[in-house]
Design a protein around this ligand. Structure first.
Ligand code: PLP
Length: 346
């Protein structure tokens, strides 16, 4: 494979944003109280309270799977279930972590373009009566979705109402919430708490952090088990100041928005450059920082000898090309030209 600095396999492949790295370095001075009693974490909790409401509780953790598992673990009993899209990370890409850690089931919905709709919930059916079936308790949606699509606040609200009417809670896997909020040009709160979300996995890693996500709980008393679940779940950082310092930098002057806007714009640029090419079929509207396309198998093989991209569905010839905060317009133009050449060689 040609030596390239940047590829399109995942936004996880990007490095640390210089301002985030500088924040880690700045926090690296002297001793500080551990396990979240440090000034950075205290400031971060106050910042989240400012952004999302005074009763918001925030729990920094190391990674996104943990944020999802702990969001659920904080509110669920073993006889209950999480309802989510079959395509969701929580179902498809977490190796059954929710089931293992909580003992509850994950019930999946077949959905189009990665997004659950209120009518999708009918798939759960009326058979879910006690005591023979697991009882749904949490509806989990992903924003932006695993297929790069974005829920509008109105769509989130409809799902929140549908969940709450059934006595369930609404969790949002916001590993790419920054990309969604940037795409919608809305504040973080408008697409989460104000739209009815109860529990949020707020992502940082895909937005230029070294590592770090935060579980946000929007209702006081909703998840009293959370502090203990985080410890038992091996996610209570003793040197929490370094997680918190990164998030403070990310939230400062809406750095997240600038980074996510840029990644989204790079995906849009790629989409615009390749959508008309014969042999390219765009699979989903590119609403955030990913482009999904179907290409002939031979073209995929040629491309993947030079570029890393995710083989999303080998049978369908579907690849995912994902832009990150550091993707440049030249990277995009080079990839678009390579796609063009790979198609012509057929
Ligand atoms: C939608 C979504 N949720 C959560 C995660 C978090 O994953 P990890 O545990 O690797 O940080 C990812 C990472 O790819 C993701 O794409």
């Amino acid at each position: 494979m040609t030596e390239r600095l940047r590829h399109f396999a995942s936004d996880n492949e990007a490095g640390i944003h210089p301002q985030i790295l500088a924040a880690i370095v700045a926090a690296n001075s002297g001793h500080a109280p551990s396990y979240g009693a440090d000034p950075w974490t205290q400031k971060l909790l106050a910042r989240f309270a400012e952004l999302f409401g005074a009763d918001t509780q925030a729990y920094p953790v190391f990674n996104g799977t943990a944020a999802n598992v702990l969001s659920v673990a904080g509110v669920i009993e073993p006889h209950q279930a999480v309802v989510c899209a079959a395509t969701s990370h929580i179902n498809h890409d977490e190796c059954g972590a929710v089931e293992r850690f909580t003992g509850c089931r994950v019930l999946t919905l077949q959905v189009a373009a990665g997004k659950i709709e209120p009518t999708s919930l009918q798939q759960i059916g009326a058979g879910h009566g006690p005591p023979h079936q697991s009882q749904p308790r949490v509806l989990s949606i992903t924003q932006a979705s695993e297929l790069g699509t974005v829920y509008t606040p109105e769509e989130v609200r409809l799902l929140a109402d549908a969940a709450h009417d059934r006595g369930w809670l609404l969790h949002m896997d916001g590993a790419r919430l920054a990309n969604a909020a940037a795409a919608l040009d809305l504040p973080l709160r408008a697409v989460t708490r104000d739209a009815g979300v109860d529990l949020l996995s707020f992502g940082g890693t895909k937005c230029g952090l070294l590592a770090g996500e935060v579980v946000l709980v929007f209702t006081e008393g909703l998840a009293p088990r959370m502090p203990y679940a985080r410890k038992q779940g091996l996610q209570l950082a003793s040197k929490m100041r370094f997680l918190s310092a990164q998030f403070l930098a990310l939230l400062d002057d809406d750095l997240w928005r600038h980074m996510a806007q840029h990644a989204n714009a790079m995906a849009q640029r790629l989409h615009d450059a390749i959508r008309g090419l014969p042999g390219v079929e765009i699979c989903y509207p590119p609403q955030s920082n990913a482009v999904f396309a179907r290409l002939p198998a031979a073209a995929i093989e040629r491309l993947r000898s030079q570029w890393r991209m995710a083989m999303w569905d080998a049978a369908a010839g579907e690849v995912r090309m994902m832009a990150a905060w550091d993707t440049t317009a030249d990277d995009v133009d080079d990839l678009a030209a390579a796609i063009h050449t790979a198609l012509l060689a057929d």
